[in-house]
Design a protein around this ligand. Structure first.
Ligand SMILES: [Fe+2]
Length: 134
């Protein structure tokens, strides 16, 4: 798995690196047949990291004056991912060993695709702006 593209905002880039680390751990756990409970714990931890990260990003996007329609679309994508995480927990798919590879792949796509398709669009907004950590 490649490293996430750098957005040029220290706090967001550090959060992305932590999320990628979490995904690598999840995938390693699924490969090595860790207990589904441990995977579910890590997924719960990731859910908290995602919620925190999305809140940071939304404040930064607001601060840099991202166009309202882009901001709304990006925030909508954050909500969609968080709803999907909650659905996986509710359905206990993360606690079912059979569905672990699928859950890990879904989690990987949340992060990798989101950073590539949404967050990378923020690079021009962040460039040359001294956006403080939130
Ligand atoms: Fe985002």
């Amino acid at each position: 798995m490649e490293e996430p593209v750098k957005l040029g905002h220290g706090q967001i880039d550090a959060q992305h690196a932590d999320l990628y680390h979490c995904i690598r751990q999840l995938r390693a756990m699924a490969r090595k047949h860790f207990s589904p409970e441990r995977v579910a714990d890590l997924l719960r931890q990731m859910e908290g990291m995602l919620a925190n990260h999305f809140a940071t990003e939304e404040l930064v996007m607001f601060d840099v004056g991202l166009e309202a329609s882009l901001l709304a679309e990006h925030v909508g994508e954050h909500r969609r991912i968080l709803a999907e995480v909650a659905e996986i927990r509710r359905s206990h798919r993360a606690e079912n060993a059979e569905s672990l590879p699928e859950v890990c792949e879904t989690a990987r796509l949340w992060v990798v695709n989101h950073v590539r398709d949404y967050d990378a669009l923020l690079i021009p907004c962040l460039r040359n702006k001294d956006v403080p950590a939130v």
